[in-house]
Design a protein around this ligand. Sequence first.
Ligand code: PDD
Length: 291
Amino acid sequence: MANYPDKVFLNGEIIPSTEAKVSVFDRGFLFGDGIYEVMLQINGSYFFGQEHLNRLSECLHKINIEYDVTVLPEILKKLVSVSNLEHKDCLIYIQVTRGIAPRKHAFPLDIEPTVMAYALPFLLPEINDKPISVITQKDFRWHRCDIKMTSLLGNVMANDWAIKNGHFETVFYRDDKITEASHSNIFFVKNDVVYTHPADENILNGITRAIVINLCKKNNIEVQEEAIMQSDLPMVNEAFLTGTSTQIAAINMIDDHVYIKNNKIGPITKKIQQLFLNLKNSQTKRLPQVS
Ligand code: PDD
């Protein structure tokens, strides 16, 4: 069950979340004009924290918001500590919007971004061993899905549609190519080769996606950054989703195509799940150290 955090970082202060207020003229509120990031602390360590902060910085740069993310490690350290989560598993949410200005489409000059972050307890299973089902839908989102923006209406509508129909996720296709899901990336296994859509403007380049590609490369599993077509779905042997909170979730069914019977996860998905678990267990604190 989702919860509100007790404490929130907002524009330089850590305050009770009930006192955290943002102007109605904030462009995050008016236009969804902002970038967000979600990362985990596992076993007291940030899991690929540097990579998450790099992506945040790159996305801010893509939409011309000036904000120096190198201040965040110190802020997050304090936030996690006041949230009593120092040595616990937790999820960290960070959001940077363009800031407050009278409503006009073009970017206003010389405004301060609004920065908000919070940490919440978050328990993940060692391995996500519950296969999930997904449905497909035409990718009706915009053409810059590489930007992790707060205006998530397309993703939200697609996910809601999946949940209302009893599925975990909606998987998008664009021009017959499977792109990604509403809050996760998708991988396929066909004839012992692992496939995922290339990291272009049609998908978010997931941190978990990059981890999985590297794990494949290091462990002699052939991997191709090449889209699977909808028409390939009957020929696929295994499929799985990746994401920060999803981890690696085996897919038992995409529309009418069944990949898993009796909860028996395919051998390559299982191997990647195990490699991912080994990596989690071997992680030490990787968030950039504050000097
Ligand atoms: N979702 N694709 C989309 C559209 C996403 O929103 C996400 C992440 C991913 C996977 O990215 P990563 O492996 O870096 O988490 C792919 C986050 C967790 C969210 O919106 O809550």
